[in-house]
Ligand binder design. Sequence first.
Ligand code: 4NP
Length: 166
Amino acid sequence: MTTPNNHTAPQSVLMVCLGNICRSPLAEEVFRQKSRQAGFDIKVDSCGTAHWHEVNPADVRSRQVGKSRGYNIDQLRARQLKNSDFETFDLMLAMDKQNLADLQSIKDKLTAQGKTNLAQLALFSEQDATYQHQKVPDPYYGDMADFEQALDLIESMADSWINKWT
Ligand code: 4NP
């Protein structure tokens, strides 16, 4: 595991939301495609802080809106965040502030247990001048327009991280 800085791309990125069925699966595939297109070889995965949808495919609305823009996430299956992710991944990107707070709380506990070299944490919007400090709103209880908007933000935020490393 390497520690990314402002100029160096991480070797691995974990996209994190609540259920791992709406936002983070899209973020995973968008980031995978965009980072590859930019010439990076970054391992990309996603998970949810909650266990509710474990092993389920992504929400059909995310799959549909993704497919309409060239992101096929049909093969992805939801999984819950696990402690070992903090040692496996260089960078964890949270879709909203609650996701980030949940990540920070687990990282703090692991640090208190003496674990070192743990993943860096950030809000997905951190590098995005257009959407800075904003969340990717949870579209689960919304309609297709909310899923379209989530994907707009995800594409912009993915570009912002990749631009930082290029
Ligand atoms: P996600 O959306 O965190 O973007 O996957 C949600 C999916 C499911 C639920 C909440 C948010 N849920 O309450 O089941």
